[in-house]
Ligand binder design. Structure first.
Ligand code: HEM
Ligand SMILES: [Ca+2]
Length: 763
């Protein structure tokens, strides 16, 4: 459905906004001096300001006003600094003592229920896996963050700190000046200026206090303050009217049926590309039992019941299943395992709410291909000719194989499991296909560069090919993918379209590129609705749960080409209130008769991440809140009213999916805005973005190279890296269904499919 009637892009409302401006509550300015004119969502503190405090309004390129606003960092920060001195700014010793006691108690009370290999919840755990070393590191960091979070809880209670001050970072207590300082993280050290981006994303922003921005391991940011019940880490569990919220599983089964609704325009390749992007910019980590990465179990065997509190790990957030559940009833399942996300101390190490750790580089930098730290990057290289390792399978280059038994969860001898820069590569076989495309592209480019410049070193070839691959990925994302996803209107308002010529001047040193909880915990999970339950490959029908963490089919000679063809020809599913049972009943089922429910997981995860309810995001975009279920279309309103007490309770992921898609886009307006904000950060906050000149980017492309990179397209990329056994032609518009009017199928050698000419890299 559309919110247009009561908000956002309607011409009438735009004029009304201007009337308000003229009558004086809001001031109008033609252009913003020293600050930028941004859409309201990029100036989110405006919702907490009185009318006379609001920033000046200004015109945005595609209509609707924006705010003159210094934006891009610390959105949840308080506006009223004067209030800060109201409470203690030092941490009293008894708070520290109590915090340490509480922390020890939590760590000793942990349950030791095993999570068995092969079970759906074991496979769910693999989603957060990267390497044994990283598990160890994560365990230590997460414990540090918990000790600080507990200290914050004790302090808040003792000092009676108002919730509002806490969630807007208005309490100035620095742990670095207390005995808890050993839990603080140190800032990275950057020596000189790097021509190439670092593997872990450090040293991107040039200011000394911001060298960690966007780096792997840094916390997720937020658009709005968290919705924790205690302001710190207790998940939202109550309706605005004080009654308990319904279980995420009940909401999932009432609202998200499995209805086949093929998208009239877009194909599955766009779904698959979206997942690769999601993995590039976000990987959270679940809390672990011990240093070796043992998984936490919150349900009794067989999911028969939720473990009682005295046997439960402190990070348990299991999903209750009703006795009469339409699906799980048949198996006697009353509990779906769910463990809360790991936290990380923030760089300023101040008393605050819990901040979730992102394990990968926040930047859009092809980290799933190269890795998010120096060590995993080295592990993927051959150190000859700039090449990445490949597994040569009877003449076809596939990703290298791995023996890490946690990468696919299977211990069967001889089973196939691939290695890449990301621990989730084997999650679904179509994702592996795209990984192979990009890894082959790297090697193809390194090979051409070495022929053009025979005396160049392995390091130069590797870094230069990497820089080109990242540029291609960024260009395809901003030129082909994003316009399809969020529509042309948002592209203009957020200034996201690539330039046709010359350099972009959009770099903004004040923009923190970090992903927001709203993006990774809700908006970009829109992709789960676009997934299809069955792949059709010639006469074979493959149920998706059968190819999750089970990639052996990739070794069939023609499978890679065939899978690519399927991604081109099969439509994606509409992004709406339908989720395939392959995800909502059988997720990671393996050999079990039932699996997990990803829709319920997304809802529960949103509560874990402290994401506010849907209505708050309508407000931050400048749209009125929904006060009544009657404001939704009849059937949706009726269903919603059965699972939520008031419209103020609706989870963001749910509300966003129920909206009608924006014009010429795939997602509704709320997700479109959150996604647009995020991709604006990836662009404005990344010094190494491919369109910047050498005043900004120490590894800038020259103009001739940049002009070549603008020829990159998803279809050229696939053509250049296919086996050409069954795939010989591609549609010109690669994300659009081949049968969509106006889309043409061309042979891979057709000159109408331009190529990036690497002669521009001859030294
Ligand atoms: C193809 C089938 C897919 C499966 C089986 C799958 C499964 C999962 C699972 C199990 C999680 C972790 C859930 C949690 O515990 O919170 C997850 C997270 C996520 N998924 Fe998917 N997903 C799929 C496709 C996609 C697609 C197409 C997108 C596209 C945009 C996407 C975006 C995300 C995002 C943004 C996250 C959060 C990542 C993080 O911050 O950790 N997924 N997915
Ligand atoms: Ca990345």
């Amino acid at each position: 459905f559309s919110l247009r009637k009561n908000d956002l892009v309607g011409e009438k409302e735009y004029n009304e906004d201007l009337d308000v401006a003229k009558t004086g509550l809001l001031k109008m300015c033609k252009s913003c001096k020293s600050v930028k004119c941004v859409p309201q969502i990029q100036c989110p503190a405006h919702v907490r300001m009185a009318d006379h405090e609001k920033p000046q309004i200004c015109d945005l390129p595609a209509g609707k006003f924006g705010y003159c606003c210094k934006t891009g960092q610390n959105h949840t920060a308080g506006q009223n600094k004067a209030r800060r001195a109201a409470f203690q700014t030092i941490l009293p010793p008894d708070v520290i003592e109590d915090a340490r006691k509480n922390f020890k108690h939590l760590m000793h009370g942990v349950a030791q229920m095993p999570v068995n290999r092969g079970h759906p919840e074991f496979t769910h755990g693999i989603m957060f896996h990267s390497s044994p070393k990283d598990d160890l590191h994560n365990f230590a960091l997460s414990n540090s963050a918990f000790e600080l979070v507990i200290a914050s809880q004790v302090f808040r209670k003792k000092e009676q700190v108002p919730l509002d001050d806490l969630i807007t970072n208005n309490v100035q207590v620095e742990f670095s000046k207390t005995p808890l300082a050993q839990n603080c993280q140190s800032l990275p050290i950057c020596r000189g200026i790097h021509k190439y981006r670092t593997m872990d994303g450090t040293c991107n922003n040039p200011l000394s206090q911001r060298l960690h921005w966007g780096a792997a391991g840094q916390p997720m940011e937020r658009l709005l303050p968290p919705a924790y019940e205690d302001g710190i880490w207790t998940p939202r569990a109550h309706s605005k009217d004080g009654t308990p919220l319904l279980s995420a599983r009940d909401i999932s089964s009432a609202l998200f049926a499995d209805v086949h609704r093929p998208h009239p325009k877009y194909n599955l390749l766009i779904m698959q590309f979206a997942q690769l992007l999601a993995h590039d910019v976000s990987q959270s980590a679940s809390v672990r039992l011990d240093e070796s990465g043992g998984l936490v179990q919150c349900c009794s065997p067989g999911g028969r019941s939720i473990l009682p509190p005295e046997k439960s790990h402190f990070a348990c957030l299991p999903i209750p299943v009703s006795e009469n559940d339409e699906f799980y009833r048949a198996f006697g399942v009353r509990c779906l395992n769910m463990v809360r996300l790991s936290l990380v101390p923030s760089a300023d190490c101040q008393l605050s709410y819990g901040k979730q750790r992102n394990k990968v580089t926040h930047y859009l930098d092809a980290s799933p291909i190269y890795g998010s730290n120096e060590e995993s990057a080295r592990d993927l290289r051959t150190f000859r000719g700039g090449q990445l390792q490949m597994f040569n399978d009877f003449g076809r280059n596939l990703l290298p194989l791995t023996h890490d038994k946690n990468a696919c969860g299977s211990e069967e001898p001889g089973s196939t499991c691939f290695k890449s820069g990301d621990g989730r590569t084997n999650q679904i076989i179509s994702l592996i296909t795209l990984h192979i495309v990009f890894a082959r592209e790297h090697n193809r480019i390194a090979d051409i560069l070495s022929k053009l410049n025979p005396s160049s070193s392995d390091e130069w070839l590797y870094q230069e090919a990497r820089r080109i691959v990242i540029a291609e990925l960024q260009h395809i994302t901003y030129n082909e993918f994003l316009p399809a996803l969020i529509g042309p209107h948002q592209m203009k308002r957020f200034r996201l379209m690539p330039h046709q010529k010359g350099y972009s001047t959009d770099y903004n040193i004040d923009v923190n590129p970090a992903i927001t909880n709203e993006f990774s915990g809700a908006a970009f999970r829109m992709g789960h609705s676009s997934v299809v339950g069955k792949f059709h490959i010639h006469d074979e029908v493959i149920n998706i749960p059968d190819v999750m963490f089970n990639p052996s089919r990739m070794r069939k000679r023609e499978f890679y080409d065939d899978m690519l063809q399927t991604l081109y020809t099969q439509p994606m599913q509409e992004v709406d209130s339908s989720i395939t049972h392959g995800l909502s009943r059988f997720l990671f089922r393996g050999h079990s008769p039932f699996g997990l429910d990803l829709a319920a997981i997304n809802i529960q995860r949103g509560r874990d991440q402290g994401i506010r309810c849907y209505n708050d995001y309508l407000q931050v975009m400048g749209a009125p809140k929904l006060n009544n279920f009657d404001q939704f279309p009849k059937d949706i309103g009726a269903k919603l009213s059965r699972v939520y007490r008031t419209p103020d309770d609706i989870d963001l992921w749910v509300g966003g999916l129920l909206e009608r898609a924006v014009e010429d886009g795939i997602v509704g307006i709320t997700f479109a805005e959150i996604i647009a904000d995020q991709f604006a950060r990836f662009k404005q906050g990344d010094r190494y973005f491919y369109e910047y000149n050498d005043k900004v980017n120490p590894g800038a492309f020259n103009l001739a190279q940049l002009q070549e990179l603008r020829k990159a397209s998803i279809s050229r990329l696939i053509c250049d890296n296919a086996d050409h056994l069954t795939l010989h032609s591609v549609p010109v518009a690669g994300f659009v269904r081949a049968d969509f009017p106006g889309n043409r199928q061309v042979r891979c050698d057709d000159p109408n499919l331009p190529s990036v000419n690497l002669n521009a890299w001859r030294l």
